[in-house]
Write a protein that binds this ligand. Sequence first.
Ligand SMILES: [Zn+2]
Ligand SMILES: [Zn+2]
Length: 254
Amino acid sequence: MKIAALASGSSGNCFYVRNKDSSVLVDAGISCKRIVERLSLLGENANSIKGIFVTHEHTDHTKGVDVLARKFHIPVFATKGTIDNSFLCSDEDLINEIKNDDIIKLAGLEIEAFSKPHDASDPVSFAIRNGKMISILTDVGHASKNVINAVRDSDFLVLESNHDLKMLREGPYPYFVKRRIESDIGHFSNLHSGLCVLEHANSKLDNVMLAHLSEINNTPLLALNTFNSLMKERLDLKPEISLSLRSSTELFNV
Ligand SMILES: [Zn+2]
Ligand SMILES: [Zn+2]
């Protein structure tokens, strides 16, 4: 498998996973045009995409779904809560309802949906397997059992590192928004994501891609430093650490 973050952060999220000649997307929160452009920068092609898996209804995860799905005739997979609470696609034939714990076989991959704690109606994360396992864990409020299992079993982890707690608390957001972000159904902080890997990851974990960084309440350096300093406590764990930022796109081998 190969994986790339085509976009990550509050302005849009889109992850591309390729297996041989086919691929899937997890979320399409940037425009179809930008998805096609970023794929071509990687030497990839949207014609290979066999499915778009949507994690939840927030627009930073859904914005590009409709145009992309219709233009390339790609089926869309989402829970009923996500389908009912967002405009995913005007061609209803392309929409497929999935449930928590469903495993969909597509593009030679097994894609498992599992529920996660976030302030949406039925949010899920996805684990993608083909011998190795990739988990894409963004928009998670706390380390629930499903989140811990995914961290424990993954070879490649995309993990939310949304904010630095101090920057969030002292930052410009209104109090109620700060409360929501910090809540059990909000977003993982730098500390949350580092502690989650420190406490639960298996030594087979090869890669951690820190994702969904806030542009207001975090910096790439703070996210990396927090993570790396916590990792020093696990001598058996030496994952390669990367950051998924808006401007950098790289295709990683899994
Ligand atoms: Zn989000
Ligand atoms: Zn969200």
